[in-house]
Design a protein around this ligand. Structure first.
Ligand code: PLP
Length: 380
């Protein structure tokens, strides 16, 4: 019992500091609403930016026919994988693509393939946890640059220039801040320092660029990015992820990435759903237009109410509160008022920057968003 007493004490410490997390039963019920613990709430806390998770139906049985059975390198490489990979490579204008089980698996599997003990990784301080874990697993030296401070990145690259390989890795849209990376400047730095550039398009895939191809396509710099990673779990409303790049990179990943080799492939039914999500996202430009319009309305109204939304210019919009317990109180109050909005606290964000992370979707109505801002302003 000593072990359980120890961890119970640790959990009670988390509770005291308002950092305890708990699972709640949550079921989307349409039109941007969700049922949490039996209550219907306006969902301002999802990554279903295009509303596809709400709208996709279950694929016809003949499309998939089989569940998961083995690693892809054994007998798990159902033809739906190739369909999805061809579609992704087409969308991203790369030679190839490789599907992974999730974005987390893609990042922790890919980074250690690109770099190891004799190499260096230059990573934005606010990059996603899966990137940080991938760097740790790689054993490479880890240099963190101040958030979106490319002068600092330049300086670090100049100072640490004796490694065998240098990898720059950055989120395209930051998941807790909603600010957007200048990828073109990153490509310049990559060229200047002869580095490899990897970009995580988890929150920009499906949302930005022609046909939702992502931020690299929107900023017209895809050709300068060596490794484009993205996930099907946000705007595409499914599960799974991809890395897109040159054929030699994809072959290398198939041979080396432990999270592609030593794990069961996604069930073909999931790949069928992803294929459908890619098709609908490409076709339904109205979803992106509506999302951008909603995001603009919501950001504008929060700013008008004098709330601190940081540097968000995307569909992810934080209201930065600072103190973790106050942030929790605000999110509890919003739940009382019928709004699902999550308190994001350390260690997910730096100490004293606790916030409510709002995200809007193409499914929200203007009236619901404006009503929500009134309630948020009151709760804050
Ligand atoms: N990268 C970023 C920037 C993310 O926000 C996430 C989100 O969870 C991931 C990677 C991991 O993706 P997944 O949820 O598909 O594992």
């Amino acid at each position: 019992m000593v072990f359980e007493d120890n961890i119970a004490a640790e959990l009670s410490g988390l509770r005291d500091r308002s950092l305890f997390r708990q699972l709640r039963s949550a079921k989307p019920v349409g039109d941007g609403y969700i049922e949490i613990d039996g209550r219907r709430l306006l969902n301002l806390a999802s990554n279903d930016y295009l509303g596809l998770a709400e709208d996709l139906g279950i694929p016809a049985a003949s499309d998939y026919a089989a569940g998961a059975g083995a690693s892809r390198l054994i007998t798990g490489n159902h033809p739906t994988y190739t369909d999805v990979e061809t579609e992704v490579a087409d969308l991203k204008h790369t030679e190839g693509a490789l599907v992974f089980g999730s974005g987390y698996l893609a990042n922790i599997g890919t980074i250690p393939v690109l770099v190891s003990r004799h190499d260096a990784v230059f990573s934005d301080r606010l990059n996603h946890a899966s990137i940080v874990d991938g760097i740790r697993l790689s054993g490479a030296d880890h240099y963190r640059f101040r958030h979106l401070d490319l002068e600092h990145l330049d300086q670090l690259l100049t100072e640490h220039n004796t490694h065998r390989r240098k990898l720059i890795v950055c989120d395209a849209i930051f998941s807790m801040d909603g600010d957007v990376t200048d990828l073109s400047a990153l490509v310049d730095l990559k060229q200047k320092h002869d580095a490899i550039l990897m970009v995580d398009e988890a929150h920009s895939g499906g949302v930005y660029g022609p046909d939702g191809a992502g931020l690299a396509a929107a900023q017209k710099v895809s050709a300068g990015i060596d490794v484009q990673m993205g996930t099907f779990s946000k705007a595409y409303g499914c599960y799974g992820a991809y890395v897109a790049g040159s054929n030699v990179l994809i072959d290398y990943l198939v041979n080396k990435a432990r999270t592609a080799i030593y794990t069961t492939g996604l069930p073909p039914v999931v790949l069928s759903l992803v294929a459908e999500a890619l098709r609908v996202s490409k076709h339904d430009q109205w979803r992106r237009d509506r999302l951008m319009e909603n995001a603009g309305i919501f950001r504008g109204a929060l700013q008008k109410a004098n709330l601190n939304i940081g540097n968000s210019t995307s569909q992810i919009i934080p209201v930065i509160v600072g103190d973790a317990s106050r942030t929790l109180e605000i999110s509890d109050r919003l739940r009382e008022d019928g709004i699902a909005a999550v308190a994001i606290r350390p260690p997910t964000v730096p100490v004293n920057t606790a916030r409510i992370r709002f995200s809007v979707t193409a499914k929200h109505s203007r009236e619901d968003l404006e009503r929500a801002v009134d309630m948020i302003a009151r709760a804050c």
